[in-house]
Design a protein around this ligand. Structure first.
Ligand code: LIP
Length: 270
């Protein structure tokens, strides 16, 4: 079994290659290939091309590993490891040429299920800013090789909180209703549009906290490890691991203040 650092080297290399491809396609002009869950949930040709590049590179270097990608689905491996990939996280930002999208590559041990997996390494590459966020389990978190840490000691009224919204109109309405309740209690709210970058923002102190309901495994697999390795608590509903029902990330003290508010609201959704 390779070490987390050896796996991180592979993750970072393929994420950089895919990011370069996606950036070039952005410059060439982006074409929507299809819509998925709703008409606003789009996939571009570059999403598919970037995932094909990553999948092919991993098949060559790690042929016995499993794969779970946003665009091409899952395939079980025989090594006990699975690569969890979002080729372009922040697809709407990518389509509108808003410089807040990223290639997210993580590798997990065990079933590719956020409820049970152990993330060993993760890389999130934002080509627009040239930032490469990385973490190996137990090795800390970095951006462009420099160590990063969460903001400690932030009280709720001074917290800058990130969140996001699903593609379904009724879910968006309910998510917006919670933001209406939360926003008077915190410094402010930001909606960046890419979960991986939200989590990296918590990791490097650009956000004090981030929460979202409805994320897919590939949205948070790498970013959650980076946030945890930077000192964040990352969890889900009722104290479960982060997953589709809820992801909340913040330094421990702020997590303890925000968790009851988020749980109380999202508990009604179940
Ligand atoms: C996005 C997430 C984001 C969420 C968006 C979208 P995508 O992923 O990263 O947090 O709010 O609705 O799901 O679809 O760009 O890969």
């Amino acid at each position: 079994m390779p070490t987390p650092n050896e796996l991180l080297e592979i993750a970072t290399t393929v994420a950089r290659r895919a990011a370069a491809l996606a950036l070039q396609r952005r410059r060439d002009g982006v074409e929507i290939a299809a819509s998925k869950s709703t008409i606003t949930d789009i996939v571009t040709r570059a999403d598919r091309e970037a995932e094909d590049l990553i999948r092919g590179a991993l098949e060559a270097s790690r042929p016995r590993d499993g794969f779970l990608g946003e665009e091409s689905g899952g395939e079980r491996g025989s090594s006990g490891l699975t690569w969890v990939v979002d080729p372009i996280d922040g697809t709407v930002n990518y389509f509108y040429d808003i410089p807040a999208w990223a290639v997210s590559v993580a590798v997990v041990e065990g079933d590719p299920d956020p409820a049970t997996w152990r993330t060993l390494a993760g890389a999130v590459v934002n080509p627009a800013t040239g930032e490469v966020f990385t973490a190996a389990a137990g090795g800390g978190a970095r951006v462009n090789g420099e160590p990063i840490r969460v903001n400690e000691g932030v009280e709720l009224p001074l917290a800058l909180v990130g969140t996001g919204f699903g593609y379904d109109p009724e879910i968006r309405r309910r998510q917006a209703a919670f933001v209406t309740e939360l926003i008077p209690q915190v410094r402010d709210v930001r909606r960046i549009g890419a979960a991986s970058l939200d989590l990296c923002s918590v990791a490097c102190g650009r956000l004090d906290a981030y929460y979202e309901r409805g994320l897919n495994p590939w949205d948070h697999a790498a970013g959650a490890l980076i946030a945890q390795e930077a000192g964040a608590t990352v969890g889900g509903l009722y104290g479960a691991p982060a997953g589709k029902a809820l992801l909340l990330a913040a330094a421990p003290g702020l997590y303890a203040q925000l968790d009851p508010l988020v749980q109380a609201y999202y508990r009604h959704w179940e």
